[in-house]
Design a protein. Structure first.
Length: 272
């Protein structure tokens, strides 16, 4: 009689990123992303319109309160709306990814799949809201009394999106893993995002900041993406020093995030 064989389904080694496995489960990434989008807008009266109304109202309030009175409302609205659009990628991505492991605890405990797919799908889902906001941006650009450099917008806006996704990935992975063990982070994440918003170019360019404090404000991981977004609508392009320091900081956060996520991944099913 042959001995009974036992099979154990478990993650690969702690520090193996295993990109081939992520590629193998790419359809599951799509499923998780689309599931999160449907759950978010299920049983809502306005449905997907919420993806448009939120940045529209926030940008309108910022333009009215903080805008230059001599520039006209639309000229003030455009850079704020562009900034809020990409800020939502960062904020929603980190907030949703930070809670992704806990909210999917039942799935984690039942079957093995690359756990990285959960925070990554939360980040991917933010692109849906961003895409829904683009027609409003195009419409306002057509109404603008000032000529807009379309070529520059087509260059800077994709850079803003890529930068925000790059900036959010490391913190999202780190916070999603920390939230499994330390549930305080479900309260810490929204608070940190509020602080980062007030310390972003959406606010700090409208007030007088001492010169010696400006380098500190550039530590904000959302600052560079917002600068790229606003550069197509009268804002300044990021300097070489800001680009180098920003992207190097994002790379550091990405390494830390992946390292801690993979280090603690084998405990998720027990702690979630």
């Amino acid at each position: 009689m042959e001995p009974i064989k036992e099979y154990t389904i478990k993650a690969p080694g702690k520090f193996q990123l295993n990109l081939s496995e992520l590629k193998q489960y790419h359809e599951l990434l799509y499923f998780f992303t689309w599931r999160d989008i449907k759950i978010k807008y299920k049983q809502t009266a306005l449905g997907f319109l919420w993806a448009v109304l939120q940045p529209l109202l926030i940008a309108g309030i910022l333009a009215f309160v903080l805008g230059n009175r001599n520039s006209g409302f639309i000229n003030n609205f455009l850079p704020f709306y562009a900034g809020v659009m990409v800020w939502n990628i960062f904020a929603s991505g980190i907030n949703n990814a930070g809670n992704s492991m806990v909210s999917n605890a039942n799935i984690i405990k039942k079957i093995y799949f690359p756990r990285l797919l959960l925070p990554l799908s939360s980040l991917a889902g933010t692109l849906f809201d961003f895409t829904m906001s683009i027609p409003i941006l195009v419409a306002v650009c057509m109404l603008s009394p000032t000529e807009i450099n379309i070529a520059q917008v087509l260059c800077t806006f994709p850079m803003a999106v890529i930068t925000m996704l790059y900036a959010a990935t490391g913190p999202a992975l780190l916070l999603s893993a920390l939230n499994v063990k330390y549930r305080d982070f479900r309260y810490v994440i929204p608070f940190l995002l509020q602080l980062l918003l007030f310390a972003s170019p959406l606010f700090i360019k409208t007030i007088n900041i001492p010169t010696h404090l400006k380098p500190i404000l550039n530590i904000n991981p959302a600052a560079l993406g917002i600068q790229w977004a606003q550069a197509g609508f009268g804002g300044e392009l990021p300097s070489s020093m800001e680009l180098i320091s920003g992207y190097c900081t994002y790379a550091l956060f990405l390494i830390i995030g992946i390292y801690y996520f993979k280090k603690t991944e084998h405990n998720f099913a027990d702690l979630a």
